[in-house]
Design a binder for this molecule. Structure first.
Ligand code: MF3
Ligand code: CO
Length: 253
């Protein structure tokens, strides 16, 4: 069963989402050649606290950090460490926060300085596939319409969709039903209803779809060691369509 949130719950999820949106924006501004992922993690911890949230990932199934930082061939769940980001890398930042018992979850992939044309295109196609998935978030549509839209956007550009990890419902738990694969036929699964909240998160590989887990027990990498990108938003179904909860709402000076 996919839970339908009431107005009170949705308000709390907006607060959590806004924190994650601002957190990712501030981390994005910090990313540059010479910065380590451990520094990004420390900054994330202090920003979550400053914004009045609680960490969502730290301690989740024993995960040791505030954010996930996945570089180049790393797909998701990279653990921040003393590795220095260098010009030409791409780095996925996945972040979560909890506010008043409700979760927000989002991810972006960011270029470190100048990157290859292939890397730029991979990031853009992945971001666009998330957008196509979000466009299916309408009452009356079926869940797998999202999956199908993401897959179509990715494969028409010659990239491949990771199968081992999926998007998910989200609320008072980081992961709730339903699972949201980034592939499959349209027109199946639960009918979307206003009040459902979904974390949609395409993971897209430049080469083959296969992944493996490193010996740290967390980091997923592409089997062929080619690049991978990841974008995610927490999205509420409303009567009028999608409401993206994890946008950065802070005005730029
Ligand atoms: N966006 C990721 C997910 O939904 C966040 C979980 S990372 C973990 O799986 F480290 F907390 F597990
Ligand atoms: Co997620």
């Amino acid at each position: 069963m996919v839970e339908v949130k009431d107005a009170r719950a949705l308000d709390k999820m907006r607060k959590a989402g806004r924190i994650v949106g601002e957190l990712l924006e501030r981390l994005r501004e910090t990313i540059a050649p010479g910065v380590t992922t451990a520094e990004l993690d420390r900054l994330a911890g202090s920003i979550i606290q400053e914004l009045g949230g609680q960490p969502a990932f730290k301690g989740y199934r024993g995960y040791p950090a505030y954010i996930c930082t996945s570089i180049n061939e790393e797909v998701v769940h990279g653990i921040p460490r003393d590795r220095v980001l260098k010009e030409g890398d791409i780095v996925g930042i996945d972040a979560g926060a909890r506010v008043e018992g409700y979760y927000g979850d989002a991810a972006v992939t960011v270029a470190v300085g100048r990157v290859s044309e292939e890397a730029r295109r991979l990031m853009e196609v992945t971001r666009q596939s998330l957008e196509e998935g979000i466009a299916c978030v309408m009452p009356g549509r079926r869940l797998s319409d999202i999956s199908h839209a993401v897959q179509t956007a990715v494969e028409k550009e010659g990239f491949s969709v990771v199968r081992e990890f999926v998007g998910h419902g989200i609320g008072t738990r980081l992961h709730e039903p339903p699972q949201i694969p980034n592939y499959g036929p349209a027109g199946t699964g639960p009918v979307l209803k206003a009040g459902m909240v979904l974390a949609i998160e395409p993971m897209v590989n430049a080469g083959g779809m296969e992944v493996e887990i490193l010996d740290d027990g967390w980091t997923a990498v592409t089997k062929d060691r080619l690049l991978s990108a990841h974008f995610e938003h927490t999205v509420a179904v409303t009567e009028h369509g999608p409401e993206i909860l994890t946008l950065c709402q802070k005005k730029k000076p």
